[in-house]
Design a protein around this ligand. Sequence first.
Ligand code: BEZ
Ligand code: FE
Length: 289
Amino acid sequence: MSSNLTEETVTAAVRQTFDNAGDPRFREVLVALVQHLHDFAREVRLTGDEWFTAMDFLERVGKISTPTRQEVVLLSDILGLSMLVDKINQHTESSTTDSALLGPFYVEGRPSADNGSDISDSVRGTPMFVTGRVLDEDGHPIAGAKVDTWHSDGEGFYDVQQTEKLHDQFAMRALLTTDDDGRFWYRSIAPRYYPVPTDGPCGEILRAANRSPMRPQHVHFWFTANGYQPLITQLFWRDDPYIGHDAVFADQDSLMADFVRHEPGLAPDGTSVDEPFVTLDWAFTLAAE
Ligand code: BEZ
Ligand code: FE
């Protein structure tokens, strides 16, 4: 079959090739993707050189990616697509805690910990005591909820970024379970603002755009509980200098928290601390399934 495609007709020709797709959602998404990609190329009058540069870029994004170096996720994050997908799919109830993206430093297989544990795994830093409650929309505690938490050290590095120094040990991350009162609590060290990885292809985009790679100080949480929608979110230190300039657009007003500084003394877990420490306390509300 011969064809006489033009800049205008090629789009319809490609769209048509999905007509027989068995899965209607697959067809809908792919047809829209083709349409928007083609419209994009027409709009910017994409040159062959530019497209080869872009394909080389995507290939490098794929090649540098590993389970602990997730450049594909990072690309989605710095383009704001991760936050967009988050917002599109977020429950709308105003009483529930807003979600924020997972990020590339979540790791499966993190250790379980009892409430009250020190999850810093001996990494040094300013002691931080986190206390939280997990509630339903009526304010009732959710017992037995799983609380996955992870954060950087006081220099802005996650454990997976310093595997040699930490001898592949997990640190500053753990899986906890809420008690009968929906409470969880742990000790760790205060995190700090940090740059997203800039030594890969995504760094090229940030530099070319003169964009800051920084993320304001935050702690990650991922809640799961029977009968409730999972919640992936982050809490930010409201006074961080990078609030309002998060490289991945996750720093929402509703997730601004106080990382309260204390002089040496009694910590929330009743222990005595002989150096300044930080406390973080928050009530998280999950949406019913
Ligand atoms: C993070 O918060 O861990 C993160 C999120 C997106 C990109 C880089 C890091
Ligand atoms: Fe993070």
